[in-house]
Design a protein around this ligand. Structure first.
Ligand SMILES: CC(=O)SCCNC(=O)CCNC(=O)[C@H](O)C(C)(C)COP(=O)(O)OP(=O)(O)OC[C@H]1O[C@@H](n2cnc3c(N)ncnc32)[C@H](O)[C@@H]1OP(=O)(O)O
Length: 400
């Protein structure tokens, strides 16, 4: 370990770090044109490099973001991305050194949490991250079903040019992001980056409510069909709506598209009522339910204080945090606040399991059944179930 040095990179080193990341994902280095777009997402002081014998061998970066928590508040979040170690230098502790430096840096900046999207599920738990939201991939055979007449709707859907609509999408996104826990920041650099990834293959629509407010959008891409005719598949990359009626109108548009067979929606919220909207619910197939957002509580006390809790309940919870040991200890959590607690703990769990509870994705009883909780007082489990319940299914649905 002593031969590793981790430091913040200077802007002249950002492209090398990005190419190292692309290489680790088995992708070619960025072109000059692509780099111009990508560079805007590199924030000075937040791009780290790990050096071995003076050579850049690993990198991790973050952007100053935010996370919507139960109760609708948004809190500061380090949005972590670009994590990679050169293939000839893996399993020597470089990532561990980068993660340590990154989490301490975020704590110094007063960010109570860090979030990321993981390439592999085996990497981040050891650093205290847990799966805080999940999402599903759905596939609908539109030739065999349609939206029921009883599904909500009533708005207008119009096509827009995606490359010219980032500001409009952004306004709509901000209107929707406090509706449920788990949403993160999409800043101007994020929207530009998304345009760059999709290029001119992307198409988009905006939905306007009866009162004239734009309250939903979808970005989609026609893919190739089976090669035998004109029929194509439709990939829905992003669909955000401020109400069920807005979401239903957007899906009605997508499922009504001529010359289309399968319509696939990626990273959709688990409670989106597609099956209820369709005349044949079996034509909506869940292809995958997977982890969506990984969350790390960096300052456990501050993070717990930031979300809301239902009235009349409290639990004494012991948290174990081997990577950031200051967090370890007992917390009494209830509607009146969160305090360090010197009395006995009722339940004990590792910080990565607390991340799964924090936005309401998992219940304490489920984690206890999974063996992730030490139970000193069984009666505290149903209380904790109600205390952490968020009222809505959390969802992120944003790649960063
Ligand atoms: C948010 C994002 O950017 S997600 C992108 C993540 N990056 C990638 O997937 C790119 C390809 N992979 C890589 O670049 C590297 O393998 C990394 C960054 C995932 C890991 O870097 P390393 O320097 O090898 O990690 P490090 O040596 O610190 O490993 C720490 C521990 O995690 C384990 N570990 C790390 N990565 C993996 C993995 N992919 N699979 C299994 N175990 C792993 C190590 O075995 C080690 O375990 P130990 O402490 O019991 O010995």
């Amino acid at each position: 370990m002593s031969e590793h040095e981790v430091r913040a990179l200077s802007p002249s080193e950002f492209r090398q770090a990005h190419d190292l990341f692309l290489r680790a994902l088995h992708l070619p280095p960025s072109t000059d044109e692509r780099w111009v777009q990508t560079a805007t997402r590199f924030e000075q002081g937040r791009v780290l490099g790990a050096f071995a014998r003076g050579e850049l061998c690993g990198t991790a970066r973050s952007t100053a973001g935010s996370l919507t928590v139960p109760g609708g508040e948004t809190i500061g979040a380090a949005e972590v991305t670009g994590v990679a170690v050169r293939a000839d230098r893996t399993r020597r502790g470089l990532l561990t050194a980068l993660m340590r430096r990154q989490l301490h840096g975020a704590r110094e900046l007063g960010e109570p949490v860090a979030v990321l999207r993981a390439t592999e599920a085996v990497i981040y738990e050891r650093f205290g991250y847990g799966v805080a939201t999940r999402a599903r991939t759905v596939e609908i055979d539109r030739r065999r079903t349609r939206m029921r007449d009883s599904a909500p709707g009533g708005g207008e859907v119009r096509m827009v040019v995606p490359q010219e609509s980032a500001e409009l999408f952004d306004r709509i996104y901000h209107r929707t992001r406090t509706d449920r826990p788990g949403a993160v920041t999409r800043n101007a650099a994020w929207w530009r980056g998304r345009e760059a990834v999709l290029g001119d293959r992307a198409l988009a629509v905006v939905r306007t409510a009866e009162d004239g407010t734009d309250d939903g959008f979808a970005v989609y891409e026609p893919g190739s069909g089976d090669g035998l005719g004109w029929e194509h598949q439709l990939r829905v990359h992003d669909l955000r709506a401020a109400s069920p009626a807005a979401a239903a109108d957007l899906w009605r548009f997508l499922l009504g598209m001529d010359l289309t067979g399968l319509v696939t929606g990626y990273g959709r919220p688990l409670d989106e009522p597609l099956e209820w909207w369709l005349t044949d619910r079996r034509q909506c197939r869940t292809r995958q339910v997977g982890d969506d957002l990984w969350l790390r509580l960096i300052d456990v006390g501050a993070a717990l204080r930031a979300r809301s809790y239902p009235a009349g309940l409290s639990v004494a919870l012991e948290v174990e945090d081997a990577f950031l040991p200051d967090n370890s200890g007992c917390y009494r959590i209830g509607e009146h606040g969160v305090e360090r607690w010197t009395g006995p703990a009722q339940l004990s769990l590792p910080v990565e399991a607390l991340a799964a509870l924090y936005l309401g994705d998992q219940a304490m009883s489920a984690l206890a059944a999974a063996g992730r909780v030490t139970v000193y007082e069984p009666a505290a489990i149903p209380v904790a179930d109600r205390l952490f319940a968020a009222g809505q299914v959390p969802w992120c649905g944003t790649d960063f």
